[in-house]
Ligand binder design. Structure first.
Ligand code: ACK
Length: 990
C-alpha cells in the first residue's frame, strides 16, 4: 500500500474517477482568468524547490484532454520544506485577485507507518514583481496568503475502501500594485495533490441596460462602487443620462437613466431595429412600431409616418396615428325661412363627415340674376353689409340667420360642410345650394323733419324720404298731438309727398309729431318725435291802441274759425269711417281708448268699414286684368274656381300667382264676403302668411290674386309624401306655421280655422297660413259643422270653449295648432279618424286626447298636449311655440326620443291622467287598452318575434279580428310594418 500511496497514478486515478465531473464548469462571465492550470495541456513549467519535492504529473480528463497536476507526499521523512512556484502572472487591470485551489489531502491517520511528522496543511504565498524573474527564487521574499487545510480528506468506508474527496479553497489577494506576481505553494510534510490552480479577478462585464451599453469594468479593491456612464445603442438617444454602478463582486447595480429608440426604430433584443414596411413610429420611445392607420401606407422600412392613400389627407396637427381623412360631403336638407329681408337657413349634417369630427359650416352668399340674352345666371358675391348671425364661416350649428338683404332679390346660398382637410382638397369640396327670393320689407324711418313756415294756427313741414324705402312709398302718415295732451288724443294725416301743412292748430301751442312711410309692405318705423310750436296771438295783433273794434272783429273771426275747426273735427270723427278721403290727405282721429301703439300694426276688421270696397282698396292693390294670364284651374273654392296663372306688372318681373275667382251671378253680400278675404290678407306681411298681390274689382270676373304655392295645401301634400321627410324638415314646416300664427296673434287676428288644409306649401317647403275669410268658417270650410248653438265649426280642430260658447281667441288658435302639429307628424292623418263629431266632442270633454303619431318625438307630443290644455290660459302662446321649435331645430338630437306609441288607451285616445303607460312585450299587451277586444284575443300570446306573420297583416286581416275603424286599421298595419322593419334590422325584442 506504501508504493501505492506514493504513486502518481494512484492520485491521477482518483482524480479521474472522482473529480472530473466538477471540472466541467463554465466560469462566470464576470471572472477573468489570469491563470488556469487546466487550460495548459503541455508542461506548466512551474519551479519545484527542492526538485524531489513537488512533482508535475500528466493526466487526462474525461474527454481525454491532457491536464497537469502537482503532488507531494514526503510523509516518511522529517523536516519537509517543498516549494512549488508558478510562472510570473501579469496582473492586467486587476486590483484584487482570487486564487482557487482544487486539491486532495490525505489525513495522517490513514497512512500506516508514518515515520516523519505528517502534516495536513500546506501554505499559499505570493510575491509581487514588475517583471518576470525567471528561475530566480528566494523563499523569504514571499508573503503568506494563508495556510490551506483540507475540508475533506480521505475517509474510510465500511468496506475498507478509501475514497478521496476534492477540496476547493478560494483566497483573495490584494490590493496588487505591481505589474505581475508569482504564487507559491509550500509543503511542510503533507500528502497533497494540487489538481488545479486558477487565478482570476472579477469585472462587471459589458452589458446593455435600458438601451445603453456599459463597458467591461474592473471594480475597485475597496468597498466603494465604480460609477459607469452608459452610451446609447445605435439609433437611440438619451432620455436621461444612463449610469450604473459596478460592485467589487463584479455585479452591475442600480441602473439609472435610459435611452429611447429613434423615430422609425423600435426596441428588439436590447437594440433599436427599423420598423417594418406597413408600420411606422413617429416619436422617440421604446414603444413598438404601429401599423399604418386606415387609408395610409408605408412601403419602406423605418418609416416615421405613413403616407395617405390617394384622395385622403392628413391635416396639420393630425397625429400620425390618426386615419387619413377627406373633406365631408355636402350638408343635406337645406331649409330656408324668409322673413322680409332676412332668411334663416337650416340644414342637416352631411351624410359623410370624411372621417373627422372637426366639422364646421360656411355659408357663401351670392346674388344671382338671369341674363335675358342667353337665359344664363350671373352671380356676384353679396354686398359686404349683408350680415350673418352668428357668422358666415366656422359655424358649429346647422343654422345661420342672414339679414340686411335687399328686398325682392334672388339670392343663392352655398352651404359647405368643412373639416380639417377641406383646404387640402379644394377639388373634392361639395356644397348644398339654396336659392331664395326675399320678400317685401317695410321702409326705414323718416328722418330730417324740418319746419318750413309757422303761423299762429298752421305749420308747414318737410322731411327726407327714408334711407331704405324698400319699395314704392304709397304715402306718409303724420301723427301729431298737443304736447300737453300726452297722446291721449291725436290726429293722423296722410301725405303723398315729403311735405305737409298742418292747419287748425292752436296758437302758441307746443305740438309733438311723428311721421312714418308706408309701402305695399306696410308701415315703416316711426321717425323720432319732432316738436314745434305755433306762433303766439300777439304776432298777429294790431299795434294801434285805438283799434278796439278791429280787435273784437278779429277775436270774433278767430272764434268762428275755432268753432269751424271744432265742428270739422267732430264731423271728421263721425264721418271718418264712411266718407271717402281726399286722395292726398286722409285724416283719421283717434280719441281716448281707441289707441294703437306706435310701431305695432293692428288688424282692422273690414266689417268696421261701412263700405267694404273702401276697405279692399285701403289694403289691396287694384290690378289691371290685362296683367293676369290664367293658366289652369287648380281647385275649387266656395265662391268660384282657384286657378294658377302669371302676373306681369308694368316694369316688374312676371311671377306665378294663384287666382281665386268669384263666379258669376253673385249677390252683393257674396261679393263683399269674397273680397273681405283680400282686405284681411292685404293687411298682413309675413313670410309665413300667404301674400296678396292684389285684386281685380273693376272688371269681371272679380279676382283675388295671391302668391303661388307650388305644393298646394299641406294636408294633401303630406299624404302624397307619407314618411318621406326628416324630423327636422317637419319641425321646420311647423315652425313656419307657428311663426305665421304668432304674427297674426300679434296683430290681434284670430284665424278660427287653422288646419293643415288651410296651410299652403311652396317649392321650398315653406308653409304659409292661408284662408282668411269672415264668414268662411261658417260657409266655406267643408269641415264646418253646425253646433247646437247654430254656428258652423270645424269640430276636430276647434278648442272646446270655442265649440261650447264661441270663445274664439289666439288660445283657441293654439289648440288648432296642436291638431295641425298632430296632422303633420302623422303625415296628413285625419284627426280622430272616422269618429263622429259628437264622439270627438264627448271624448275631448272627458279629458281624452289624440295619441302620439307613430315615431313622434316626445317633445312634439308634449307640445300637442300643452296646446290641448282645457284651461285656455295654460296653452302656450305662439311666441313660446316658435321658441320651443327653434330649440328643437338647434338641437335635432332631442327629436330622437320618441313618445310611447305602443300604448293605446280606450277610444284610441290618451287619457290625460294616465299618460305614463309601461311598455309592453306582446301584441296582446299592446292591444290591451284598445276597445277592439277580438283583436286583442287574436294577438294575445304572440310575441314580437312572430314578425313574419305580423308584417303580412293587412287591414283585411284586422277587419276579420274586429278592427273595423279605418284609422286604427291603418295605424295598426303601419305599426306592424314598422315593427317588422325594426326587427329585421336588429335583435327581436321578446
Ligand atoms: O291642395 P291644393 O292643390 O291647394 O287645392 C287647393 C285648391 O287651390 C282650393 O283651395 C289650391 N290653392 C289655393 N291657394 C293656392 C295658392 N296660393 N297657390 C297654389 N294653390 C293654391 C289649394
Amino acid at each position: 500500500m506504501d508504493c501505492d500511496l506514493r504513486s502518481p497514478l494512484f492520485l491521477i486515478h482518483l482524480f479521474m474517477s472522482t473529480f472530473l465531473p466538477a471540472l466541467c464548469v463554465i466560469y462566470p462571465l464576470n471572472e477573468v482568468n489570469l491563470l488556469d492550470s487546466k487550460a495548459s495541456q503541455g508542461e506548466l513549467g512551474w519551479i519545484s524547490y527542492p526538485s524531489h519535492g513537488w512533482e508535475e504529473i500528466s493526466g487526462v480528463d474525461e474527454h481525454y484532454t491532457p491536464i497537469r497536476t502537482f503532488q507531494v507526499c514526503n510523509v516518511m521523512e522529517y523536516s519537509q520544506n517543498n516549494w512549488l512556484r508558478t510562472n510570473w502572472i501579469p496582473r492586467q487591470s486587476a486590483q484584487k485577485i482570487y486564487v482557487e485551489l482544487k486539491f486532495t489531502l490525505r489525513d495522517c491517520n490513514s497512512i500506516p507507518l508514518v515515520l516523519g511528522t505528517c502534516k495536513e496543511t500546506f501554505n499559499l504565498l505570493y510575491l509581487e514583481t514588475d517583471d518576470d524573474q525567471g528561475s530566480h527564487f528566494r523563499e523569504h521574499q514571499y508573503l503568506k496568503i494563508d495556510t490551506i487545510a483540507a475540508d475533506e480528506s480521505f475517509t474510510q468506508t465500511d468496506l475498507g475502501d478509501r475514497i478521496l474527496k476534492l477540496n476547493i479553497e478560494v483566497r483573495e489577494v490584494g490590493p496588487l500594485t505591481k505589474k505581475g506576481f508569482y504564487l507559491a505553494f509550500q509543503d511542510v510534510g503533507a500528502c497533497v495533490a494540487l489538481v488545479s490552480v486558477r487565478v482570476y479577478f472579477k469585472k462587471c462585464p459589458y452589458t446593455v441596460r435600458n438601451l445603453a451599453s456599459f463597458p467591461d469594468t474592473v471594480p475597485m479593491d475597496s468597498q466603494s462602487l465604480v460609477e459607469v456612464k452608459g452610451s446609447c445603442v445605435n439609433h437611440s438617444k438619451e432620455e436621461e443620462p444612463p449610469r450604473m454602478y459596478c460592485s467589487t463582486e463584479g455585479e452591475w447595480l442600480v441602473p439609472i437613466g435610459k435611452c429611447l429608440c429613434n423615430q422609425g426604430y423600435e426596441e428588439r433584443s436590447s437594440t433599436c431595429q427599423t420598423c417594418r414596411a406597413g408600420f411606422y413610429k413617429s416619436g422617440f420611445g421604446n414603444t413598438e412600431c404601429s401599423k399604418c392607420p386606415p387609408h395610409s401606407f408605408s412601403h419602406h422600412e423605418g418609416s416615421l409616418h405613413c403616407v395617405c392613400e390617394k384622395n385622403y389627407f392628413r391635416a396639420e396637427g393630425d397625429p400620425a396615428s390618426m386615419s387619413c381623412t377627406r373633406p365631408p360631403s355636402a350638408p343635406r336638407n337645406v331649409i330656408s325661412s324668409i322673413n322680409e329681408t332676412s332668411v334663416i337657413l337650416e340644414w342637416s349634417w352631411p351624410d359623410n363627415t370624411g372621417g373627422r369630427r372637426d366639422i364646421t359650416f360656411a355659408v357663401l352668399c351670392k346674388r344671382c340674376r338671369s341674363v335675358p340674352a342667353d337665359g344664363s345666371q350671373r352671380c356676384e358675391p353679396c354686398r359686404s353689409n349683408v350680415r350673418f348671425v352668428p357668422r358666415a364661416t366656422g359655424l358649429y350649428n346647422t343654422t345661420v340667420t342672414v339679414t340686411d338683404l335687399l328686398a325682392h332679390t334672388n339670392y343663392t346660398f352655398e352651404i359647405e360642410a368643412q373639416n380639417g382637410v377641406s383646404s387640402l382638397a379644394p377639388q373634392m369640396r361639395q356644397y348644398a345650394a339654396v336659392t331664395i327670393t326675399t320678400n317685401q320689407a317695410a321702409p326705414s324711418a323718416v328722418s330730417g323733419i324740418r319746419k318750413e313756415k309757422t303761423t299762429r294756427n298752421s305749420v308747414s313741414l318737410a322731411w327726407q324720404e327714408p334711407e331704405r324705402p324698400n319699395g314704392i312709398i304709397l304715402d306718409y302718415e303724420i301723427k301729431y298731438y298737443e304736447k300737453e295732451e300726452q297722446e291721449t288724443s291725436y290726429t293722423i294725416l296722410r301725405a303723398r309727398g315729403c311735405n305737409v301743412t298742418l292747419g287748425g292748430l292752436k296758437p302758441n301751442t307746443a305740438y309733438l309729431l311723428q311721421i312714418r312711410a308706408r309701402t305695399a309692405a306696410g308701415y315703416g318705423a316711426s321717425s323720432t318725435t319732432f316738436q314745434f310750436e305755433t306762433s303766439p296771438d300777439s304776432a298777429f295783433s294790431i299795434s294801434s291802441e285805438s283799434s278796439q273794434v278791429v280787435l273784437i272783429a278779429i277775436s270774433s273771426a278767430v272764434a268762428i274759425i275755432l268753432l269751424t275747426v271744432l265742428l270739422y273735427v267732430l264731423i271728421g270723427r263721425v264721418c271718418c269711417r264712411s266718407k271717402s278721403k281726399h286722395p292726398d290727405e286722409k285724416r283719421l282721429h283717434f280719441g281716448n281708448g281707441h289707441l294703437r301703439l306706435p310701431g305695432i300694426r293692428t288688424y282692422i276688421d273690414p266689417h268696421t268699414y261701412e263700405d267694404p270696397s273702401q276697405a279692399v282698396h285701403e289694403f289691396a292693390k287694384e290690378l289691371d286684368a290685362s296683367c293676369i294670364a290664367i293658366d289652369k284651374v287648380v281647385g275649387a273654392g266656395e265662391f268660384g274656381e282657384v286657378c294658377s296663372g302669371r302676373l306681369r306688372l308694368p316694369s316688374k318681373k312676371e311671377i306665378c300667382v294663384a287666382i281665386k275667382t268669384l263666379k258669376g251671378g253673385y249677390t252683393d253680400k257674396q261679393r263683399r264676403d269674397f273680397l273681405a278675404e283680400a282686405s284681411i290678407m292685404g293687411q298682413f306681411d309675413h313670410p309665413n302668411i300667404i301674400r296678396l298681390e292684389g285684386v281685380v274689382t273693376r272688371s269681371k270676373p272679380v279676382m283675388i290674386v295671391t302668391e303661388y304655392m307650388e305644393n298646394g295645401s299641406l294636408d294633401s301634400f303630406l299624404r302624397k309624401h307619407d314618411a318621406q321627410f326628416t324630423g327636422i324638415q317637419l319641425v321646420g314646416m311647423l315652425r313656419g306655421i307657428a311663426s305665421g300664427m304668432k304674427y297674426l296673434s300679434d296683430m290681434g287676428y284670430v284665424h278660427r280655422d287653422l288646419a293643415a288644409r288651410n296651410i299652403l306649401v311652396n317649392s321650398n317647403l315653406v308653409c304659409k297660413v292661408s284662408d282668411f275669410g269672415l264668414s268662411r268658417v261658417l260657409e266655406d270650410d267643408p269641415e264646418g259643422a253646425y253646433t247646437t248653438r247654430g254656428g258652423k265649426i270645424p269640430i276636430r280642430w276647434t278648442a272646446p270653449e270655442a265649440i261650447a260658447y264661441r270663445k274664439f281667441t289666439s288660445a283657441s288658435d293654439a289648440w288648432s295648432y296642436g291638431i295641425v302639429l298632430w296632422e303633420v307628424m302623422s303625415y296628413g292623418e285625419r284627426p280622430y279618424w272616422e269618429m263622429s263629431n259628437q264622439d270627438v266632442i264627448k271624448a275631448v270633454d272627458e279629458g281624452y286626447r289624440l295619441p302620439p303619431p307613430m315615431d313622434c318625438p316626445a317633445t312634439l307630443y308634449q307640445l300637442m298636449l300643452d296646446c290641448w290644455q282645457k284651461e285656455r290660459n295654460n296653452r302656450p302662446k305662439f311666441e313660446q311655440i316658435v321658441s320651443i321649435l327653434d330649440k328643437l331645430i338647434r338641437n335635432p338630437g332631442s327629436l330622437k326620443i320618441t313618445a310611447n306609441t305602443t300604448s293605446r288607451p280606450a277610444n284610441l285616445l290618451l287619457d290625460r291622467s294616465s299618460l305614463e303607460v309601461p311598455s309592453m312585450g306582446t301584441m296582446g299587451d299592446w292591444m290591451d287598452p284598445m276597445r277592439t277586444l277580438p283583436c286583442k284575443e287574436a294577438f294575445s300570446g304572440v310575441s314580437y318575434s312572430s314578425c313574419d306573420t305580423i308584417a303580412k297583416t293587412s287591414t283585411e286581416d284586422l277587419k276579420k279580428v274586429g278592427v273595423t275603424i279605418v284609422g286604427p286599421q291603418k295605424k295598426i298595419v303601419s305599426s306592424l310594418k314598422a315593427l317588422d322593419s325594426n326587427t329585421k334590422n336588429g335583435p327581436v325584442p321578446v
